[in-house]
Ligand binder design. Structure first.
Ligand SMILES: *Cc1c(COP(=O)(O)O)cnc(C)c1O
Length: 364
């Protein structure tokens, strides 16, 4: 097999060790004579898989005990509705949203169906190239929650540290869409009220969504919230209020075991920094390529870049593909290129991309 380097933004590359292990176990999990997909979610074997996955996630991400860890469905976009339905069952719910790119824009639009929503920060005024200091945001002291997307997958804008609301005297919980950089760096849980992430960027296959929610936030669901999406019910049933995405949970477990074997979050973060330095360094040293994001907010996971001569885009993509470097086309809303370099992208993949980029530039 000639495995290419896959720079897709998601669903995205999964560690080969994980795929091989899943392959070896596909029809017979641990001598049961049954594949994980075929097992009852109520049986002992799946119970072992679920509990093992929860324990590994809690350990690797150092999730404090006052957070519930949930496996849900519907992806990041469904959480844009599920979060307000779970938190806005209070009088005059108010949601403040910082719009730093396409994903938080969608969160803002969806939250309007459930609450009085305020645009706390508008990155559009800065072409989504930077984020103003949190102290300059329009935050209401009586907000029900504040929403941010900590890594904007399309615009390549990442918070290096989550907003510190407490330091601003704001007691509202911070809700974070961390779909595209979860498990790429340590989480500052003391700043977080709730965090959610679809699995298909950094955790495994599409179809499973992880939610980390403070236990103190479980009692403010709206009456209209569907039971299967109520965090409190899902938590009380260990993510098995209804049939959970069993195979996805198993895969997430394998990915977290792989992370642990890599040396955990500290080791993967060091590797992500090395990959990022290499790629942004190459872009910055060249007049041929450019990335326009404020260096303080550049994403370690999604690196959008433009060619100085945009008429070369198709040729760049075709030659990259021939060199086994796939899915580098930028999102249609921003154009150009985007290299998604999640945890599972090895340093050798970024080295191959950088040498291709330098070679392409030299040949022109
Ligand atoms: C991909 C992504 C989503 C949407 O995920 P779906 O599974 O398609 O709903 C939401 N937020 C962010 C930051 C993403 O990267």
């Amino acid at each position: 097999m000639n495995r290419p380097f896959n720079f897709s933004a998601g669903p995205a590359t999964i560690p080969l060790e994980v795929l091989n292990r899943a392959g070896a176990e596909i029809a017979d999990w641990h001598g049961t004579g049954m594949g994980v997909m075929e097992m009852s979610h109520r049986g002992a074997s799946f119970g072992e898989i679920l509990n093992g996955t929860l324990a590994t996630v809690r350990e690797v991400l150092a999730v404090p005990e006052d957070f519930e860890i949930l496996f849900m469905q519907g992806g990041g976009l469904a959480e844009n509705a599920i979060v307000p339905m779970n938190l806005c069952g209070v009088e005059n719910p108010k949601v403040d949203v910082a719009v730093t790119g396409s994903w938080s824009q969608k969160s803002l639009t969806e939250a309007k169906r459930y609450a009085d929503v305020q645009l706390a920060f508008d990155g559009k005024a800065h072409q989504f190239h930077t984020v103003a200091p949190t102290g300059d945001w329009a935050l209401r002291p009586d907000a029900t929650y504040v929403h941010v997307c900590s890594n904007e997958t399309i615009h390549g804008v990442e918070f290096q540290t989550p907003p510190d609301l407490k330091a601003l005297g704001i007691t509202a919980p911070l809700v974070i869409d961390c779909s595209s950089h979860i498990a790429s760096r340590p989480v500052e849980w003391d700043k977080v009220g709730l965090a959610f992430a679809g699995a298909q960027k950094n955790l495994g296959p599409a179809g499973v969504t992880m939610v980390f929610v403070r236990k103190s936030l479980l009692d403010q669901a709206m009456g209209i919230c569907p039971s299967a999406f109520q965090y409190k019910l899902v938590a009380a049933n260990t993510s098995m209020y209804n049939t959970p995405p069993t195979y996805g949970i198993y895969m997430v477990g394998l990915v977290f075991e792989w992370l642990k074997a890599q040396g955990g979050i500290a080791a993967i973060e060091a590797q992500n920094i090395a990959k990022t330095n290499l790629l942004y360094g190459a872009i910055d040293r060249s007049d041929f390529y450019r990335n326009e994001v404020d260096p303080a907010f550049r994403s370690r996971m999604n690196v959008p870049f433009l060619l100085a001569d945009e008429t070369l885009n198709e040729r760049f993509l075709a030659e990259a593909k021939a060199a086994n470097l796939l899915s580098l086309k930028g999102h249609k809303s921003v154009g150009g290129m985007r290299a998604s370099i999640y945890n599972a992208m090895p340093l050798s993949g970024v080295e191959a991309l950088v040498s291709f980029m330098q070679d392409f530039e030299r040949r022109l």
